[in-house]
Design a protein around this ligand. Structure first.
Ligand code: AMP
Ligand code: MG
Length: 423
C-alpha cells in the first residue's frame, strides 16, 4: 500500500494551501483501494450492491429463434422478388407451445410473439399486412428475409460474460441475472463508515437550544448520503472540541470502520490541535482546496489497535460538508466498495441569469434545473452561503463552474450535475 507521502510526491503542482479539486481527487483516488470480502446473496437482496465476480451466461438468451411479432412464419425462399405470394397456413405456434411439424415450400404457420420459430422458417410477416382467406394467406411484396425474428443468443450468449464485476446492480441487472436462471450472486461486503460531528456549539435533536448553540444537522445529512450510497453508516454522535475526546472518537472509528467521515474541526482556527492529534494516530494531510464552498479538508489514514480507517475530515458548514462529500468522499467510498464506475455526467444547459465567479477555484453553486420555453435551463436557488442548507434542499443540481471559469452572463451555457443519481 502506498503512503500518502509517496502519492503526493508524484502529484504535479501540489500545494496543500491552494489545491485544485482535480489534484485533491487524484491523491484520494490513488490512495483508496477496494475492500476485500464477498458475500453471496439472493438476486433481489443484491439490488444496489456491487457485483464482486463477473456473471457468465450459462445459456443463450433467448434460447431459441423466436418470433418478435404476432403474424405468420414463412420460409424466405418462398418470398417473391417483387411480387406478392400466397401460402397455405398449416398450424399455429404460441409462446411456450411449439409447432412441431415441418414447414414445406408454399406453407406458413401462424405465430404469436415469443413463439419458437417452426422448423425451416426464418421470417415473420406481421399479421396486419396480410390478407387471409380461410387457410390462404396472401403476403404483399417488399418483405425482408429474416425480419421480425429474434435470434437465439442475440441478448446473451452462452459462456460469455453477461455482467462485469464492479457494477452496481440496478433493476435491469437483477432482471438480466434472472433471465439466465441464476438465483444468487456474489457481491462485495457492505462498506462500514463511521461518522461524527465535532463542535462545542452542537446540540442533538430533542434538547433545548441555548444562546449560541445550533442543532447538529450534519449527522443527518451525512447519515442520509452514506445510507443512499449503500454503506453501513455507524453514528458516533457529537464529539466536543477536546483533544482527548476527539482522540477517543477517532480511535473507536478506526477500530470499527473502513472509513470515517467527520464534520468540523478542520478550519484554520481549529485545525491546530486536530493536526497534532492526527500525527499520533496515523498519516493525515490538511488541505485548503481551491473550491467554494468547502475549502478546508483533512484526508488520510488513522490507526488504532492494529486496525485502520481512511479518514475524511470535512468542514463544519452544512453546505460545505455536503459539497465536499459529493465531490471527494462519494467517489472514494464507491471505489472502496468495489465500484468501477464512479464518475457522473455533466450536462450543458443555459444559465437563466448571470452568476458571479472568480477564476482559480471550482464552485458548486446550487441550482434548479427546469424546462422553460421548451429548453432545459438553470437558475440559482438564491443565497449561496456555505451555511445555508436551504440552498441544497431546494436545489436539484449543482452548477459546476470549473477552475478556470470566470463570471457567467445570463444566456451563457454552464455545466450542471443532476442530484438524482449522485447518491
Ligand atoms: P467549523 O468547521 O467547525 O469551524 O464549523 C463551521 C460552521 O459550521 C460553524 O458555524 C458551525 O457552527 C457549523 N457547524 C459545524 N458543525 C455543524 C453541525 N454538525 N451541524 C450544523 N452546523 C454545524
Ligand atoms: Mg467547529
Amino acid at each position: 500500500m502506498s503512503s500518502l507521502k509517496q502519492i503526493i510526491s508524484c502529484t504535479s503542482d501540489y500545494d496543500p494551501d491552494a489545491l485544485p479539486v482535480a489534484r485533491a481527487n487524484e491523491v484520494i483516488r490513488s490512495f483508496v483501494k477496494p475492500v476485500s470480502g464477498v458475500e453471496k446473496l439472493p438476486v433481489r437482496a443484491a439490488l444496489g450492491r456491487v457485483l464482486a465476480k463477473e456473471v457468465v451466461s450459462p445459456i443463450n438468451v433467448p434460447s431459441h429463434d423466436n418470433s418478435a411479432m404476432d403474424g405468420y412464419a414463412i420460409r424466405n425462399d418462398d418470398l417473391g422478388a417483387s411480387e406478392p405470394v400466397t401460402l397455405t397456413e398449416i398450424g399455429t405456434a404460441y409462446a411456450g407451445r411449439e409447432f412441431t411439424g415441418e414447414v414445406r415450400r408454399g406453407e406458413c404457420v401462424r405465430v404469436m410473439t415469443g413463439a419458437v420459430m417452426p422448423r425451416n422458417t426464418d421470417t415473420v410477416i406481421i399479421q396486419e399486412t396480410v390478407d387471409v382467406d380461410g387457410k390462404r394467406v396472401s403476403i404483399p411484396a417488399g418483405q425482408e428475409p429474416g425480419q421480425n425474428r429474434r435470434l437465439a443468443g442475440e441478448d446473451l450468449q452462452k459462456g460469455k460474460p453477461a455482467l462485469h464485476a464492479g457494477r452496481m446492480l440496478r433493476p435491469a441487472d437483477i432482471g438480466l441475472i434472472a433471465s439466465l436462471g441464476i438465483g444468487e450472486v456474489s457481491v462485495r461486503r457492505k462498506l462500514k463508515v463511521a461518522f461524527f460531528s465535532t463542535g462545542d456549539e452542537l446540540v442533538s435533536v430533542g434538547k433545548k437550544l441555548k444562546a449560541g448553540e445550533v442543532y447538529d444537522s450534519n449527522r443527518y445529512t451525512l447519515w442520509g448520503m452514506l445510507t443512499r450510497l449503500g454503506c453501513e453508516a455507524i453514528d458516533l454522535g457529537v464529539v466536543r472540541d477536546d483533544p482527548e475526546k476527539l482522540e477517543g472518537a477517532f480511535r473507536k472509528a478506526a477500530s470499527v470502520a473502513d472509513a470515517v467521515v467527520t464534520s468540523g474541526g478542520v478550519s484554520v482556527g481549529e485545525a491546530d490541535f486536530t493536526k497534532q492529534m492526527m500525527a499520533k494516530l496515523g498519516e493525515v494531510v490538511f488541505w485548503k482546496i481551491a473550491m467554494r464552498p468547502g475549502r478546508p479538508m483533512a484526508f488520510g489514514r488513522i490507526c488504532s489497535r492494529g486496525k485502520s480507517a481512511t479518514l475524511f475530515g470535512l468542514p463544519g458548514n452544512p453546505v460545505a460538508v455536503m459539497v465536499t462529500f459529493y465531490h471527494f468522499v462519494r467517489g472514494a467510498l464507491l471505489t472502496m466498495m468495489g465500484r468501477s464506475d464512479t464518475d457522473l455526467p455533466l450536462l450543458c444547459v443555459k444559465a437563466e441569469t448571470a452568476m458571479r465567479k472568480k477564476p482559480g477555484r471550482t464552485e458548486y453553486q446550487r441550482g434548479i434545473l427546469e424546462l422553460k420555453n421548451g429548453e432545459w435551463s438553470v437558475r440559482l436557488t438564491g443565497a449561496q452561503g456555505s451555511g445555508i442548507l436551504r440552498s441544497m434542499s431546494e436545489a436539484n443540481c449543482f452548477v459546476v463552474l470549473g477552475h478556470e471559469q470566470g463570471a457567467v452572463r445570463g444566456g451563457d451555457y454552464v455545466e450542471v450535475m443532476v442530484m438524482d443519481g449522485l447518491v
